[in-house]
Design a binder for this molecule. Structure first.
Ligand code: DQA
Length: 151
């Protein structure tokens, strides 16, 4: 049987992780996050794709392309969380589980970060757990995908 596949998408400015506001986002780089995700995916028996873009249209194009192909999406939409109806629509068009991740606790920060266009279309949300949030999201995704197989 083929391994379930998960696309991990990262939105704008996350390429600067490690150097960008380390007091908020920590000192690990996006490469470190990718490594952590690959380790978790290996342990959980998931096939992983890990991508980042600063462009809204690129994230949407990747979601369209993955729509029929992958079994689940883990996404840190970064600032597009708070602005992008288009990204939320692209996620709604995918009949697969979506888990939203934020490294920082957005609810402890500026009011404009408290609203997410993505949360209403997400199966689950992991906020403020640092980059461990990606691992927690993959663990949750493995459970959701296993129960789908069992169902
Ligand atoms: C973020 C939180 C967003 O508000 C912010 O725009 C980001 C990163 C996080 O991971 O904590 O770029 O999604």
């Amino acid at each position: 049987m083929e391994m379930p596949s998960v696309l991990v998408l990262n939105g704008p400015n996350l390429n600067l992780l490690g150097t960008r506001e380390p007091a908020i986002y920590g000192s690990e780089t996006l490469e470190d996050v990718g490594r952590l995700c690959r380790e978790a995916a290996g342990r959980l028996g998931l096939a992983l794709e890990f991508r980042q873009s600063n462009a809204e249209h690129q994230l949407i194009d990747w979601l369209h392309e993955a729509r029929e192909r992958v079994d689940g999406i883990v996404i840190n939409p970064a600032a597009y969380t708070h602005t992008s109806v288009a990204l939320a629509d692209a996620l709604s068009a995918i009949a697969k589980p979506v888990i939203e991740v934020h490294i920082s606790n957005v609810h402890k920060r500026e009011a404009f970060r408290h609203h997410s266009f993505v949360s209403p279309v997400a199966s689950g949300i992991i906020v403020g757990c640092g980059i461990q949030g990606y691992v927690l999201a993959l663990e949750r995704m493995a459970v959701l995908l296993a129960s789908e197989v069992a169902a």
